[in-house]
Design a protein around this ligand. Structure first.
Ligand SMILES: [Fe+2]
Ligand SMILES: [Fe+2]
Length: 247
């Protein structure tokens, strides 16, 4: 048990892979390479391009080349056709964990995941005010933050000293969306997601969604945030787009 706790775990992370029906055989080499370099792979949402279960099936077939555990959250694209449950069912097996307010422990590290939502950042964060539609928009981000907090709490309750990693699709901070057009910042994430991450002292946060954002950011208290959207990694010079972190 001591050995397992002290061993370094190599975590690979990517987001926004947007798998399409024509992606057959295009991902196998990628997953083989990740499996050689890491002990666990995180995919932070937008697994499919149009939210169709046929795309999830292509990804599922490609993942047969992946020999390490996979932890993922869904993204807004995976919700596009209202088939997110089917997508989850298609992908979920003993090797692939799709988290939506849940947590899983792999190799002595706790992973908590939610999709997250928009609403904006810091002083410009949308508040619970006005029309019902506006309140519902804010409520979605509040709920996602609560689910994230609960998932992190579950790791703490079960295993007191485990390191925790959070997986989101939407950004929990402004810093990692910089590079996107400023008018769409409120749709890229919400500061509401940051509060549980800071309070529960996660070791790192991975997200995507902001394809033109910035790779690294730091929350209050030193919590590291990584926007691992595939286009961000490619732009940062990663030839095979996955970020590696040892924990
Ligand atoms: Fe995306
Ligand atoms: Fe997205």
């Amino acid at each position: 048990m001591m050995d397992a706790e002290n061993k370094k775990v190599r975590v690979a992370a990517v987001a926004d892979i947007h798998v399409t029906d024509t992606d057959k055989n295009k991902w196998a080499e990628y997953f083989k390479e990740v499996s050689r370099k890491a002990d666990v792979l995180l995919i932070c949402g937008d697994l499919t391009n149009t939210g169709d279960e046929s795309e999830a099936q292509v990804l599922c077939d490609e993942l047969k080349s992946c020999t390490i555990p996979v932890v993922a959250v869904l993204g807004n694209h995976d919700y596009e056709k209202g088939r997110q449950k089917l997508i989850r069912q298609t992908l979920q097996n003993e090797q692939v964990h799709i988290l939506d307010g849940e947590a899983v422990v792999i190799e002595g590290v706790g992973f908590a995941g939610v999709k997250g939502f928009g609403g904006g950042f810091d002083n410009y964060m949308l508040s619970m005010f006005g029309e019902d539609a506006m309140k519902a928009f804010v409520q979605e981000a509040v709920d996602e933050a609560l689910h994230l907090d609960r998932a992190l709490a579950r790791i703490d309750q079960q295993h007191e000293h485990l390191k925790k990693i959070a997986i989101l699709h939407y950004a929990p901070m402004l810093e990692t969306v910089i590079g996107e057009p400023e008018p769409i910042f409120p749709f890229l994430g919400s500061s509401r997601l940051a509060e549980p991450l800071i309070r529960r002292q996660v070791a790192a946060v991975f997200h995507g969604h902001a394809h033109m954002g910035t790779l690294e950011g730091t929350l209050t208290g030193g919590v590291k945030v990584f926007n691992v959207a595939k286009p961000v990694l490619l732009k940062a010079g990663y030839e095979v787009p996955f970020y590696i972190m040892e924990i």
